[in-house]
Design a protein around this ligand. Structure first.
Ligand code: AMP
Length: 331
């Protein structure tokens, strides 16, 4: 992949004052500003967001902040990979102009007492697993970053599907004048969704982690053969995970907007999974489309549970190079 190198011109800023001052001339010139919020340890998933921002905006700001408020376990926060020098180089190569890397004290100064919470949708999936503090932390920091930078557009990945739903709601509810752009999940050649946490996986865990995408794909295959009952679809996924010794925190078929559980795949649905692989927590998701056949009678569809998939088989049609799913980047 060839990228224009902006590394010589990338500036790293530590304070809100510096960030605002750096953007003054851009605002005067009526340049469009794109913000890509990250927690660092950048990989191709993050870079795809930066590249999209580069295509669409005159100025690209990447924020790098490991937000303690969204970690429910201290050990997870401590283990989170931090690689600022490398991140600055990669962000610049992908087209970033400014790296905003504030300290915890800059974001949460003494006496900080405000939080932003999106009720309902935050309580499902990740919220149910990680507790209400997780999305409160995400929403508070995203609101703050949007206020600090005041971008025209902010870029997020479909990899964190619930985060996208919650942030869209937050932006609508608070009338924030920013366009939310969502980019498809970028995967490793074998299908594993790229994540900063993948760096924490040892070789056997890396192999085991493939079960998440394997389970999503086996459910997708089953649905493509006409199964529409959520219990049957999810059972097939659970079997696939269990065959690799993975016990999910959740594996759910939900409405993509409300995140409420679906009993039938009778409309577009979000299929989402979270699991600990060793000490590393991973998430993944896919959109499922129903096929247009009527609801099947019990036993009509070939059941992958009885003809159990060999867990060691390669995932069908896994991409050969880091791949982006066909979800559109849209507001
Ligand atoms: P993080 O640093 O994990 O907070 O992620 C920062 C942004 O990158 C979020 O909007 C994520 O959804 C997005 N992101 C993380 N992994 C991927 C991926 N594999 N593909 C696309 N976007 C991603």
């Amino acid at each position: 992949m060839s990228r224009a190198d902006h590394s010589s011109s990338l500036k790293t800023l530590r304070t809100v004052e510096e960030l605002r001052a750096a953007l003054v001339p851009d605002r005067r010139a009526e340049f469009t500003i794109g913000l890509v919020p990250t927690m660092g340890a950048l990989h191709e998933g993050h870079l795809s967001l930066i590249e999209r921002a580069r295509e669409q905006c005159d100025r690209v700001v990447v924020s790098l902040f490991v937000n303690p408020a969204q970690f429910n376990e201290g050990s997870d926060l401590e283990r989170y990979p931090r690689r600022e020098e490398r991140d600055a180089r990669l962000a610049a190569q992908a087209g970033a102009d400014l790296l905003f890397a504030p300290s915890v004290e800059e974001v949460y100064p003494a006496g900080f007492a405000t939080s932003v919470e999106v009720l309902g949708i935050s309580e499902r999936l990740e919220g149910a697993s990680r507790g209400a503090a997780h999305f409160r932390g995400v929403c508070t920091v995203v609101t703050k970053l949007l206020c600090m930078c005041q971008p025209n557009a902010a870029y997020f990945g479909q990899k964190d599907a619930q985060q996208v739903v919650v942030i869209r709601r937050l932006v609508r509810d608070l009338n924030l004048p920013v366009l939310i752009e969502v980019c498809p999940t970028v995967r490793e050649p074998d299908g594993l969704a790229m994540s900063s946490r993948n760096a924490l996986l040892g070789p056997p865990e890396r192999e085991q982690a493939l079960a998440l995408y394997g389970a999503l794909r086996s459910i997708e295959d089953y649905a493509a053969r006409g199964e529409r009952r959520a219990t049957r679809l999810l059972e097939a996924g659970h079997q696939r995970l269990a065959a690799r010794g993975v016990h999910p925190e959740y594996l759910e078929l939900v409405d993509p907007d409300t995140l409420e559980r679906l009993e039938w795949l009778d409309r577009r649905a979000l299929l989402a999974v979270a699991a600990n692989v060793g000490a590393t927590r991973l998430i993944d998701n896919l959109f499922l489309e129903p096929i247009s056949s009527p609801k099947p009678e019990a036993g009509v569809v070939t059941d992958p549970i009885e003809s159990q998939v060999n867990p060691n088989l390669a995932i069908p049609t896994s991409p050969a190079t880091p791949s982006k799913e066909t979800a559109t980047c849209s507001a």
